[in-house]
Write a protein that binds this ligand. Structure first.
Ligand SMILES: [Zn+2]
Length: 640
């Protein structure tokens, strides 16, 4: 007996039966038609096969053919050859498919061909929780529409009620856009030139038939709508309970309120088949969102999709997926990471080049696991509070260097993430980013960053309560390390001047004004202007003190009679300490001209006839004045 293999395919394993068979001598072309009956919960499939025996004269005969059909066909397969019923023997089930053997009745000799009609029905996996590719109800239809036979030798035709919105989702070899037409109440999709290597997932929706239920959380929450397939209230009950449980928990872990302003719809779909995963999230243009969730979802998948509401469209995919994975893990208290992957994985790609759900299932499997693992490790390093800090920075596009200000929009998210995670206390972020995330390890840039951060640390310690100028913070926040270097050098020059003036002020035994310090962080240029003025003021103090200490002649003392030179020095110092350097300089001017004029004034006074007794009193006052001045300068800290 010779067996011909009709189908092999993307979604079906090659059966052992076929592998043991001798070389195939048949050629098969097949026209497959799938008529969807949503209200009946079934798809009626008919296959018109043309089987040819290609062996030459004297060759082998073919007695039967084997065919892989969807397991949802459930064994009710009929076949006929030229109108005569054929024997159908059900074989093993492999995944979503089952092998059937069709006896040809009379052998098909070399060079011969036969027309076969095969009919079967696909029914929905029942109950809904069953893992199956096929779902058929009045709101939703998915099934794999396969081609059959030799490559490019057949056609696939799908007929649906025209009130369904339908699409073909690529899987395997599908790049074929079907021709769509309307025939009465039916919408028809058809593609030709396909064979057993063809499979399209048909997904059809009629949302008006969904059963919708509103879920209200708090008063100001836009709420949820749970939209299930007709009759699947178990699913709605379970989703509602999970949403009520998970949203407050996620919100607390993430540290931000629920981000959507419009309703989030959670819609039952066969997401696992359509996307390859248990769920999918999409934000709507109006501020709402939609989650597609499978009938057999897990709470962790639902938590992951809910977490996307905070992150999607706001940060890079690898980071959004990693955070969604980690927060879902925390919210559902999963303690084990499965599967663990390594950077040496054959499927490994740098996560920054990953486009989730782009059809590369192997890459997706690696990348989801890798992003989740990476975030698990960093979250453990950060602790809950640190992780919330990082999220706030990421979502606010701000930087820990310049709180409250937006960082450059050119910055990649890994850069913001690295800054905020390190600032929040994570000890090892850079190395895992290089190992897992970056296509370009950015070694030079990271070296420059490290050097700039060291320089900033030194500066910050030196600046003390003067703080860090905004220009430095912004340059660091924007990873503009050239500018950071320049700004640090300029600010360092001001600190040099600050230190010089502090030393001088200490030597003169005076305090210093705080205005240059107070403006330094916000406006270093203003601070520089104030330091220049301060230098003038301090110079006035020094000059006043020196002038007051000068030895004075008897005549000068007579001229200064009635003037309190000491009080004038004190007033210069007071103006300086208040930051009124112009007044300090002006008061010094007054003092200087008083001292300069003292001798002349003395002569005038003597010419005017001053009593001896008054002069003696003046001499005593002059000696006292000098002693006071000497005592003051000796008291200066550096002993000058
Ligand atoms: Zn995701």
């Amino acid at each position: 007996m010779v067996w011909g293999l009709l189908m092999s395919g993307v979604m079906a394993p090659v059966s052992a039966h076929a592998q043991e068979a001798p070389a195939d001598v048949t050629s098969v072309s097949a026209a497959a038609t799938y008529v969807v009956d949503p209200s009946g919960g079934r798809i009626d499939a008919s296959l018109r096969l043309t089987v040819s025996n290609l062996d030459g004269p004297g060759g082998r005969s073919v007695d039967a053919v084997s065919i892989l059909l969807p397991a949802a066909a459930g064994g009710v397969v009929t076949a006929a050859r030229s109108g005569l019923p054929m024997e159908v023997v059900a074989g093993p089930i492999a995944g979503d498919f089952q092998l059937f053997a069709l006896g040809l009745g009379r052998p098909l000799g070399p060079g011969g061909s036969a027309e076969l009609d095969v009919r079967f029905a696909m029914v929905q996996g029942s109950p809904n929780r069953e893992v199956s590719a096929t779902r058929i109800n009045e709101a939703y239809v998915t099934f794999p529409a396969r081609g059959l036979g030799d490559p490019a030798q057949g056609s696939v035709r799908v007929v649906l009620p025209n009130w369904f919105e339908a699409r073909w989702v690529g899987a395997g070899a599908v790049d074929v856009e079907p021709v769509s037409s309307v025939e009465g109440l039916a919408r028809v999709f058809e593609t030709v030139g396909v064979g057993g290597d063809f499979v399209a997932i048909v997904e059809a929706r009629h949302d008006d038939s969904l059963h919708r239920r509103s879920v209200v959380l708090e008063d100001d929450h836009p709420g949820f709508e749970v939209a299930s397939w007709p009759g699947d209230s178990d699913w709605s009950d379970s989703v509602e309970a999970e949403v009520v449980r998970l949203i407050p928990r996620l919100s607390e872990l993430i540290g931000e309120p629920w981000p959507l302003t419009e309703t989030m719809v959670i819609r039952e779909t066969n997401a696992g088949l359509v996307h390859g995963y248990g769920g999918a999230f999409a934000r709507t243009a109006t501020g709402g969102g939609e989650i597609e969730l499978g009938p057999t979802y897990s709470d962790r998948v639902l938590a992951h999709e809910l977490a996307h509401a905070w992150f999607d469209d706001r940060i890079d995919p690898w980071l959004a997926e990693g955070l969604a994975e980690e927060f879902a893990r925390q919210a559902t208290e999963v303690t084990e990471l499965v599967p663990l992957v390594g950077t040496d994985d054959a499927r490994a790609i740098p996560l920054d080049s990953w486009v989730p759900l782009s059809g590369e299932l192997d890459v997706d499997r690696f990348a989801y696991a890798a992003a989740g693992q990476l975030m698990y490790v960093i979250a453990a390093d950060l602790g809950p509070e640190g992780l919330r800090d990082v999220i706030a920075q990421l979502l606010g596009s701000t930087s820990p260097y310049a709180p409250g200000l937006s960082a450059s929009s050119d910055l990649a998210d890994w850069q913001r993430f690295l800054d905020s995670a390190e600032h929040a206390g994570a000890s090892a972020v850079e190395a895992p980013l290089i190992d897992w995330v970056l296509s370009d390890p950015a070694t030079d840039l990271l070296d420059r960053r490290r050097a700039a951060r060291d320089a900033l640390d030194d500066f910050t310690a030196r600046a003390d309560d003067w703080g860090v100028p905004l220009a430095v913070s912004l340059a660091m926040a924007n990873w503009d390390f050239d500018r950071a270097d320049e700004a640090l050098a300029a600010a360092g020059g001001l600190l040099d001047e600050r230190d010089r003036l502090d030393r001088l002020a200490a030597a003169l035994g005076v305090g210093s004004p705080t205005d240059a310090r107070d403006t330094f962080a916000a406006d270093p240029v203003e601070s520089a202007t104030l330091l220049l003025a301060q230098a003038d003021g301090l110079s006035a103090v020094e000059t006043a003190q020196v002038a007051a200490d000068d030895e004075r002649s008897w005549l000068e003392s007579v001229g200064l009679w009635g003037h309190d030179v000491d009080a004038r020095v004190v007033s210069v110092v007071a103006a300086y300490e208040e930051g009124d350097h112009a007044s300090a300089v002006a008061r010094l001017g007054g003092l200087t001209s008083l001292l300069d004029d003292a001798e002349r004034t003395g002569q005038r006074r003597l010419a005017g006839g001053v009593s001896i007794a008054a002069l003696l009193g003046l001499a005593v006052a002059a000696v006292r004045l000098r002693r006071t001045a000497i005592g003051r300068t000796r008291g200066a800290p550096d002993g000058r």
